[in-house]
Design a protein around this ligand. Structure first.
Ligand code: AMP
Ligand code: ZN
Length: 149
C-alpha cells in the first residue's frame, strides 16, 4: 500500500497494518473484515478496504468492487455462525449519516427476529414531477464518469 493511501492517525489504517489488534475474520490483498468492537448485534462485522479513503464515495471503482465482492461470502458465514435470521448491509457515508471513522467501510449486521434494532427508517413520498426531476439530476451527474476514468 502506498503512503498516499495510509493515514497514520486513522484507527482502521492502524488495524489494517496490525498496529492495533482486531478480531479478523477475513483478509485479502485489498480488504480486511473484522468484528466491530461495539456491535449492534453480536457478529457485527466491518469490511474495510486496506487503502485509506475517507468515505465510500471516495473509493476507486476497482477497490470498491473487490471489497464489495466479499459481501455475499461474509454474509453467509455471519448468518451461519450467529444463527441470524437476516442481515443488514449498511454504509454510513459522512458525519450526517452517522459516520464516525473516516476510512470508508461496510457494516454487516446480523439480524434476529424481535431484536431491539430500530429499523427500517421512515419513508417519504415524491409529489408532482419531483421523482422525474431527481432521476434526471442523478443521471446527469452519473454521465460525468467513474473514479477509474
Ligand atoms: P461508522 O459509525 O460507520 O463510522 O462506524 C465505525 C464503527 O467502528 C463503529 O461501529 C465502532 O464500533 C467501530 N470501531 C471503532 N473502533 C474500533 C476498533 N478498534 N475495533 C473494531 N471496531 C471499531
Ligand atoms: Zn484509514
Amino acid at each position: 500500500m502506498s503512503n498516499q493511501h495510509h493515514d497514520p492517525a486513522c484507527i482502521f489504517c492502524k488495524i489494517v497494518r496490525g498496529d492495533i489488534p482486531s478480531a479478523r475474520v477475513l483478509e485479502t490483498d485489498h480488504a480486511v473484515a473484522f468484528l466491530d468492537i461495539n456491535p449492534v448485534n453480536r457478529g457485527h462485522v466491518l469490511l474495510v478496504p486496506k487503502a485509506h479513503h475517507a468515505t465510500l464515495a471516495d473509493l476507486p471503482d476497482h477497490l470498491a468492487a473487490e471489497t464489495a465482492s466479499l459481501v455475499p461470502r461474509l454474509a453467509r458465514a455471519i448468518q451461519a455462525a450467529t444463527g441470524a435470521d437476516g442481515l443488514n448491509l449498511v454504509v454510513n457515508n459522512g458525519q450526517v449519516a452517522g459516520q464516525t471513522v473516516f476510512h470508508g467501510h461496510w457494516h454487516l449486521i446480523p439480524r434476529f427476529v424481535d431484536d431491539p434494532v430500530n429499523w427500517p427508517w421512515p419513508h417519504d413520498e415524491y409529489s408532482g414531477d419531483e421523482l422525474g426531476q431527481m432521476q434526471f439530476r442523478i443521471e446527469r451527474e452519473l454521465r460525468g464518469g467513474s473514479t477509474d476514468g
